[in-house]
Design a protein around this ligand. Structure first.
Ligand code: A3P
Length: 284
């Protein structure tokens, strides 16, 4: 277990990140017109979205997702492994990032690159993060959900405050090239969401191709695909096994929060997310 590396007030697991790279991403990295950037606070379904986009690009052909680990298909911009790959890659680049808006490359704001921002109910993000980070030996491990709950509300978890992340990136929601998706809606109508993504990316898929995207990005298929389920990650980082594909459901927080925690969370949510129009968050 180790502590965080703090960068501009945001905690990062120090094994995956380097200050110099974070500085470069923020100040030097050039976003290009043809780039497609998948953004999400960690544990929001980032890898699911990445799988869907990869499959849309191959029109449902699964050979790519079955032969290449997801971190090679969709490099993680701010990570030690992803950054060097991306700066040498030709357009069009596909990448993912969990960075809050104030740490993201400034060049994004004057580019025409497309961005998909995925949001998930923070209660489920909290529970997912508790189980995921709890198995990692490179971040501070909470001894209980109660402890993690406190850390999460304070933003003392990898990538900092969920609330600030969402507030920051949602300020871009009126931009033409910025699409907001919700995990809950992806679960409720996965096919509809895939069609929406295709429209945003200006990709035309036939009905059979859409069905293939749906099939190969399903929870069960991803869970069994070693190129997608993180089972190829170095074993010493997760000595007790890794559980990226844990449950894949909405509302799991109800199985874990006490009544008092649910009430406390509601209060914080209402306070921190005040000012957004009704319907902004489909689970509320
Ligand atoms: P749970 O821990 O609640 O199961 P990320 O990719 O941002 O780390 O998010 C991980 C979460 O997305 C996990 O949530 C995981 O199960 C869920 N997920 C991954 N692939 C999914 C899929 N195909 N369908 C539904 N949920 C999926």
């Amino acid at each position: 277990m180790s502590d965080y590396m703090w960068f501009e007030g945001v905690p990062f697991p120090d094994i995956e990140f380097q200050k110099e790279i974070l500085e470069d991403v923020c100040n030097e990295f050039l976003v290009k017109e043809e780039d497609l950037i998948l953004l999400a606070y960690p544990k929001s379904g980032t890898n699911w979205l990445a799988e869907i986009v990869c499959l849309i690009q191959t029109k449902g052909d699964p050979r790519r997702i079955q032969s290449m680990p997801n971190w090679d298909r969709v490099p993680w911009l701010e990570s030690k492994k992803g950054y060097p790959v991306l700066i040498h890659k030709e357009e069009p680049r596909l990448m993912k990032s969990h960075l809050p808006i104030h740490l993201f490359s400034k060049s994004l704001f004057s580019s025409k690159a497309k961005v998909i921002y995925l949001i998930r109910n923070p209660r489920d993000v909290l529970v997912s993060g508790y189980f995921f980070w709890g198995k990692a030996n490179f971040v501070k491990n909470p001894e209980s959900l109660e402890t993690y709950f406190e850390w999460f509300l304070k933003g003392n978890v990898p990538y900092g405050s969920w609330f600030e992340h969402i507030r920051g990136w949602l300020s871009m929601r009126e931009w033409d090239n910025f699409m907001v998706l919700y995990y809950e809606e992806m679960k409720k109508d996965t096919k509809g969401t895939i069609k929406k993504i295709c429209e945003f990316l200006e990709k035309k898929l036939g009905p059979d191709e859409l069905d293939l995207v749906l099939k190969y990005s399903s929870f069960q298929v991803m869970k069994e695909n070693n190129m997608s389920n993180f089972s190829l990650i170095e074993k010493d980082l997760f000595p007790n096994g890794i559980d990226l594909m844990r449950k894949g459901t909405t509302g799991d927080w109800k199985n874990h929060f006490t009544v008092a925690q649910a009430e406390a969370f509601n209060k914080v949510f209402q306070d921190k997310m005040a000012g957004f129009p009704p319907g902004m968050f489909p689970w509320e």
